[in-house]
Ligand binder design. Structure first.
Ligand code: F6R
Length: 261
């Protein structure tokens, strides 16, 4: 896994925005996997800015979000539909028919999840998947004990995850107990996995995911199997890593033709 440590989340988000913009510009039909939560907020602001100031064109972009709460209508302020339209989609020229987010109100969860997988395949697979990291090590909503071969499915959230996400709701008891999430196998099939983590709160999960053993107990550790997984961190999130000097050294000595950043 490539580990990139930046002085702060602003500089890290800028690198992420530049990589995604490059994929959008270069690909005929860019397929971008997106996450919600606090971590990618600045990234989305930067992409909106690039759209406005540099004409970054989202009209060919096909997007797939990682997850959605079960039981929430798209207009609910806590839903990931609401989050994505508010923070990104309504401010760029993406075509609504190219946006994919699991349907939290689906009546047939299994069929819907299967269809989501098929839609990703039909689009040509994900060129990049943006990932945040749960304090419990989750990616998407794949909580500890999730199968490393899991596909899009229903999951029961950890109590800690519900607590962490309560800020997007009026009160903690409004946070749903279930969600639909892309599986770990689904995520690992993206051509690039970009794991972003900022702040001291994520330091432990990052050290386990990046330098610990691969285990279902830390779902993000499955990224160690990915040929092109990048962890993009600020200093605080990297503070419990052992090989920080090496990561920095390797970043500074990248072969120009291999550089993503
Ligand atoms: C969100 C998602 C989650 C979050 C994670 C971190 O779509 O899949 O895995 O990325 O819970 O959330 P924040 O960024 O709010 O710390």
């Amino acid at each position: 896994m490539q580990v990139i440590i930046q002085p702060d989340s602003e500089q890290a988000s800028l690198l992420a925005a530049q990589l995604i913009a490059k994929i959008i510009r270069e690909k005929e039909k860019p397929v971008i996997g997106l996450a919600t939560g606090n971590t990618p907020l600045l990234l989305y602001q930067l992409l909106v800015k690039m759209h406005r100031e540099e004409g970054l064109d989202f009209s060919r972009v096909i997007s797939f979000n990682l997850d959605e709460y079960l039981g929430l209508p798209p207009e609910h302020p806590g839903s990931f539909h609401h989050f994505m339209w508010k923070n990104l989609f309504s401010q760029v020229n993406i075509k609504p028919e190219n946006v994919h987010i699991p349907d939290g109100l689906t009546r047939n969860i299994e069929a819907h999840c299967q269809q989501y997988e098929e839609e990703i395949k039909a689009a040509g697979g994900l060129d990049i998947q943006v990932l945040g990291l749960g304090t419990d090590g989750h990616i998407g909503f794949n909580e500890p004990s999730s199968s490393l071969s899991s596909r899009t499915r229903i999951i029961t959230l950890f109590d800690q995850t519900r607590k962490d996400n309560a800020i997007f709701f009026e009160s903690e008891d409004q946070v749903p107990y279930h969600a639909i999430t892309m599986g770990i196998r689904t995520i690992l099939e993206a051509r690039i996995c970009l794991l972003m983590a900022f702040g001291e709160k994520k330091a432990r999960a990052i050290s386990l995911a990046v330098e610990g053993p691969v285990t279902t107990m830390v779902p993000a550790s499955a990224l160690q199997f990915h040929p092109k997984a990048i962890s993009l961190l600020d200093k605080e999130a990297a503070s419990e890593l052992r090989l920080t000097d090496y990561y920095q050294w390797a970043y500074e000595h990248q072969l120009p033709e291999w550089r993503e950043f």
